[in-house]
Design a protein around this ligand. Structure first.
Ligand SMILES: [Zn+2]
Length: 291
């Protein structure tokens, strides 16, 4: 039986926006995202906030937020806060104990600061390591984002501790790829994921490119704007759907409604619900299960 992924609301496209390091320039990005009602994921290092009272030298472009400023900026918004390693260390160079500390202490501090459960992670410098992946899985993280670019929009549905994105805003292919994504027919699910640093927008003076991107992606009836965590949780809920032997009953044991396409029709199954589907020709003679 063929069942294909459909995003919440019956949409076939999703956009994921992730920015790293907790920088001053995130404020401007947040204004753009909020104006367009788009969601973002912000990967923070709890041990790297600029100490209160300290200031950067004139001309410094990579300017981290103070803790107070970060709280003011992210706390009451719907964007995702995720981990980026306590001191932004290269995890491929850390031994087990160091990696565990950098991971768990970052998560614990961010959870205390933002009063929410944090389940996302981005590898500092993009460097993955097998022990870190095992640790992430064992300690309740849902995904870990790499800096690997796919240059495509096929949804990632497994290997979430090597989460890959489509492109980044500073590459010339950025807007052409976004336009191709927007113009593609809704015949298959597609995901446009980006990551970057907001200081690059200031350095390269290309805030306009982000404005244009946000404007084009703000089509809520067609494009699901979600955090990385929203996306991974949704894919897991889709994959957790249960099916009766005859294929006509579909049960959703997860805590979120799930949409899917089956035999050419789009269905929704609410959290904890079982629905009946049609069109399985092998069971057309009244033999199908009934809800
Ligand atoms: Zn970083």
């Amino acid at each position: 039986m063929e069942r294909t992924l459909v995003f919440p609301g019956g949409r076939m496209k999703a956009v994921l926006i992730g920015y790293d390091d907790g920088l001053e320039q995130d404020e401007r990005l947040l204004e753009i995202l909020d104006r367009r009602r788009l969601k973002g994921t912000f990967f923070l290092s709890a041990g790297c906030f600029l100490p209160e009272g300290m200031h950067y030298a004139p001309g410094e472009i990579h300017r981290r937020l103070t803790l107070e400023r970060a709280v003011a900026l992210y706390a009451d918004r719907e964007h995702e806060i995720a981990c980026h390693g306590l001191f932004h260390e290269d995890f491929s160079l850390l031994d087990g104990a160091q990696a565990a500390y950098q991971l768990i202490e970052d998560r614990a501090r961010l959870e205390r600061i933002f009063h929410r459960i944090i389940r996302g992670f981005a590898y500092p410098y993009g460097n993955t390591s097998a022990p870190t992946e095992a640790m992430l899985a064992a300690s309740g993280f849902a995904y870990a984002r790499t800096v690997q670019l796919t240059h495509e929009t096929i949804p990632q549905t497994d290997d979430f501790f090597h989460f890959r994105v489509t492109t980044r805003h500073r590459l010339p292919e950025f807007l052409p790829l976004a336009d191709a994504f927007l113009e593609a027919p809704d015949t298959r699910p597609a995901v446009f994921g980006i990551f970057g640093h907001t200081y690059e927008l200031e350095r390269d003076q290309n805030w306009l490119i982000m404005e244009r991107f946000a404007e084009r992606m703000a089509v809520p009836e067609k494009i699901w704007s979600c955090t990385y965590l929203d996306y991974v949780d949704y894919i897991r809920a889709f994959q957790a759907l249960r099916t009766s032997c005859c294929g006509s009953l579909v049960e959703n044991p997860s805590g979120t409604p799930v949409w899917f396409r089956q035999h050419g029709r789009v269905y929704t199954v609410g959290q904890g619900q079982t629905i009946q589907t049609e069109g399985n020709e092998a069971y057309q003679n009244g033999e199908r299960c009934r809800v």
